[in-house]
Design a protein around this ligand. Sequence first.
Ligand code: MBD
Ligand code: FE
Length: 284
Amino acid sequence: MTSAEQIVDPTAHDSGNKATDKFKANRVSSDTSKERANAIYVDLLAAIAQVAHKHEVTYEEYAVLKQWMIDVGEYGEWPLWLDVFVEHEIEEINYNRHDYTGTKGSIEGPYYVENSPKLPWDAEMPMRDKDRACTPLIFEGQVTDLDGNGLDGAEVELWHADEDGYYSQFAPGIPEWNLRGTIVTDEEGRYKIKTLQPAPYQIPHDGPTGWFIESYGGHPWRPAHLHLRVSHPGYRTITTQLYFEGGEWVENDVATAVKPELILHPETGEDGNHVHYPFVLDKE
Ligand code: MBD
Ligand code: FE
């Protein structure tokens, strides 16, 4: 593509490949032993065998699966498909593994970017005039420890989609850090962020993840949501999402990432919608 070409609609191919490129930039590893890997893979293969036998999968269906997996890779949609359909299980398992009593987490999803611009505790998110014309959302609260002491200098990283459902850095034509910021709490741990009211969100569905959903008669919708990562040295970092009471798809999220504790109760004011949320961090 030349720089003179204008992309009007971001495609699944485009956002998928951006998510894949971002993911690949950090090579990951884990200290899984050979014994543990063996146990996991034996069970994984047994689960596949069980499903194949149960449904007497045909050769045509097997070929379609092979083709589809190749397509998911070529469209760069593995981060999308895995985070929509698998990440919530991993998140739950790893939350239950510890006896945390602080704020609950949720999945990160495919569109987190680290090192977003630092903002003071009372700030407006980076946004365009187009975003400023939407219903404002004033989101405030306090970051505390388990005893309720405010945490000075905690970082509240916030990212969310614009009114069209696009995330900066994953859709073309949006300023790099649009609707992404790292708010630093004041000495009492407070934060107050002005952003826009997000809308229900359709995951990219014009590629293999969308074909997959279409094939079984599902839907590609997520409820309107804010993504957050809240951290302070010495405390457990929380990755979470917040939703809006009564919002469409809150009861039926394609990514299965809603928990009752993560639902905000908006109050409508003259200057926009107001929501409060406390973040309670467990010690590391
Ligand atoms: C999103 O915005 C998202 O939050 C998840 C979990 C999956 C796809 C897109
Ligand atoms: Fe999202």
